[in-house]
Design a protein around this ligand. Structure first.
Ligand code: GLU
Length: 457
C-alpha cells in the first residue's frame, strides 16, 4: 500500500469528495467535478525560518508557515497553530476545511491557516514574546487587513495575539485589523473568546430542536454531555451547557480524562479552575484538590468516549482525529444520538462511517455535525471583529451574541436544506445528513464565486 505523504490533508480531501459523490451534486452541476483538482491546491504557501533566542541566550530555530488557501469570498482567514506536531499536511487540511467553514458563516472571508512547530509549553512569557516577534518578522510581509487576517488556534491565545499584533505594528507601522482575537482595548470584539464554544452549543440547540420537533429553549435540560479537551473551546462550551441545564460529564487533556461518577456534572467553579490551570500551562491532573475522588474518576492516557457511560450528546473539542471508529461505536452503544465537533476534523473517517451508517439504520437516527459547520462560530465572530475594526466601532456583548446565534442557526438550516436538496438516499423520510449538507453547501458557495471571478471555467 502506498502511504499518503500528507495523511491529514488527504483525509480531509477524501472526506469532502466522498460526501459530494454520495449526493446528486455532480449530476445537477457536472462542471463542479472539474473544480476539485483546482480548489484543492492552495493559492499560495509561505514557509519560513523562525530564529529566536531562549532565556539562556541560545539560538533556537523553528519552521513557520502560512497556507493562503482560497481568497474568493474575502481575505484569507484562519488561525495560527503553535504545536510541535504542526507540518504542511496538518495546515493544508486545516486551511482546506477553513475555506468551506468560512463560506458557511455567510460572511466575506476566504480560507487560510498557519503556524509553527514551536511548542509554547514550558516557555517563559519572554520566550513567547521573542518567538512571536521573530515569527511576525517574516509573516508581516504577507498579511494585511485586506489580504490575510490570521487569528488563534491551538497554542495561540490572547497573549500570543497581543505579541503578534504588536510586532506587526512595529514592522509595518500600521495599526489595522490584521489579526482577530485581539484584546478589547486594542481592537478586539466582545464574545470572541467565548464564540467557538457558545456557537457550538447554539448549533446543537438548533439540532436538538429540529430533531425533537420543538421550539423549547429547554432542550438541554438534564442531558448528559461528554466533552473532550479543556482549552478555550471546551471551557466556554461547558459554561454555556451548564447555563442551559445540561450535565457536563467529562473533560480531558493530552494526559488524561476526568469523568464525573454520578449525576452531578462539572460546576462553573470547576471550569474556572480549569481555565486558571490552563493559563499556567498546567495539566488537568494537577487539579487534585478541585477534582476530588468522591465526585470524579481520573483516567490517565485515555480519551472520554469509552468511559462516560450513558450519554446523550458528545462534543469533541480537543484536536483532529480524536474519535476512532471503535470509540464512535461505543458512543452509539452508550445512547449518544448527537455528535458535534468543536475541534476541526475531530472524527476519523471510520468514526464518520459509524455515525452516518447509524443515521441510516437506527429508527430514531443520529445527528453528526462536522467541525466546519458546528465550530464556525469562532471564525464568524472573527468576521464580526473585522467588520467592527473597519468601521472603528465596538458592538455590545448582546449585539455580537445575537449575531452569533443567528449565524449558527442559519448555518444549521442551510445544512439541512442542502442535505435534502442533494440527497440521493432512497428513503426520503431518512434524517438529513448534516455532514453532507455542510460539505455541499460550503463547496457550492465557493465554487459559484470562483466561476463568477473567472478562477474556474
Ligand atoms: N482557529 C479557529 C478555527 O479553526 C478560528 C479562526 C479565526 O478566527 O480566524 O476556525
Amino acid at each position: 500500500m502506498v502511504r499518503p505523504s500528507e495523511p491529514e490533508f488527504e483525509q480531509a480531501y477524501n472526506e469532502l469528495l466522498l460526501t459530494l459523490e454520495d449526493s446528486s451534486l455532480f449530476q445537477k452541476k457536472p462542471q463542479f467535478r472539474k473544480l476539485l483538482p483546482v480548489i484543492s491546491v492552495p493559492e499560495r504557501v509561505i514557509q519560513f525560518r523562525v530564529v529566536w533566542e531562549n532565556d539562556a541566550g541560545e539560538i533556537q530555530v523553528n519552521n513557520g508557515f502560512r497556507v493562503q488557501y482560497n481568497s474568493t469570498l474575502g481575505p484569507y482567514k484562519g488561525g495560527l497553530r503553535f504545536h510541535p506536531s504542526v507540518n504542511l499536511s496538518i495546515l493544508k487540511f486545516l486551511g482546506y476545511e477553513q475555506t468551506f467553514k468560512n463560506a458557511l458563516t455567510g460572511l466575506s472571508m476566504g480560507g487560510g491557516k498557519g503556524g509553527s512547530d514551536f511548542d509554547p509549553k514550558g516557555k517563559s512569557d519572554n520566550e513567547i514574546r521573542r518567538f512571536c516577534d521573530a515569527f511576525m518578522r517574516e509573516l508581516s510581509r504577507h498579511i494585511g487587513y485586506n489580504t490575510d487576517v490570521p487569528a488563534g488556534d491551538i497554542g495561540v491565545g490572547g497573549r500570543e495575539i497581543g505579541f503578534l499584533f504588536g510586532a506587526f505594528k512595529r514592522y509595518r507601522n500600521s495599526w489595522e485589523g490584521v489579526l482577530t482575537g485581539k484584546g478589547l482595548s486594542w481592537g478586539g470584539s466582545l464574545i470572541r473568546p467565548e464564540a467557538t464554544g457558545y456557537g457550538l452549543v447554539y448549533f446543537v440547540e438548533r439540532m436538538l430542536q429540529y430533531a425533537l420537533k420543538t421550539d423549547s429553549k429547554d432542550v438541554f435540560k438534564g442531558k448528559r454531555v461528554a466533552l473532550s479537551g479543556s482549552g478555550n473551546v471546551a471551557q466556554y462550551a461547558a459554561l454555556k451547557l451548564i447555563d442551559l441545564g445540561a450535565i457536563v460529564v467529562s473533560l480531558s487533556d493530552s494526559k488524561g480524562t476526568y469523568v464525573v461518577k454520578g449525576d452531578e456534572g462539572f460546576t462553573t467553579a470547576e471550569i474556572a479552575a480549569v481555565a486558571d490551570a490552563k493559563l499556567l500551562h498546567r495539566d488537568l491532573v494537577s487539579l487534585t484538590s478541585t477534582f476530588v475522588e468522591s465526585k470524579f474518576t481520573y483516567h490517565a492516557g485515555a480519551r472520554p468516549w469509552t468511559l462516560v457511560g450513558k450519554v446523550d450528546i458528545a462534543l469533541p473539542c480537543a484536536t483532529q482525529n480524536e474519535v476512532s471508529g471503535a470509540e464512535a461505536a461505543a458512543l452509539v452503544a452508550a445512547g449518544c444520538r448527537y455528535i458535534a465537533e468543536g475541534s476541526n476534523m475531530g472524527s476519523t473517517m471510520e468514526a464518520i462511517d459509524v455515525f452516518e451508517s447509524t443515521r441510516r439504520s437506527l429508527p430514531e437516527g443520529i445527528w453528526y455535525a462536522p467541525g466546519k459547520a458546528a465550530n464556525c462560530g469562532g471564525v464568524a465572530v472573527s468576521g464580526l471583529e473585522m467588520a467592527q475594526n473597519s468601521q472603528r466601532v465596538s458592538w455590545t456583548r448582546e449585539e455580537v451574541d445575537r449575531k452569533l446565534f443567528e449565524i449558527m442557526s442559519t448555518c444549521f438550516d442551510v445544512c439541512v436544506e442542502t442535505a435534502k436538496e442533494y440527497s440521493i438516499e432512497d428513503d426520503a423520510s431518512k434524517l438529513p445528513s448534516i455532514v453532507k449538507g455542510a460539505n455541499i453547501a460550503g463547496f457550492i458557495k465557493v465554487a459559484d464565486a470562483m466561476t463568477n471571478l473567472g478562477d474556474f471555467y
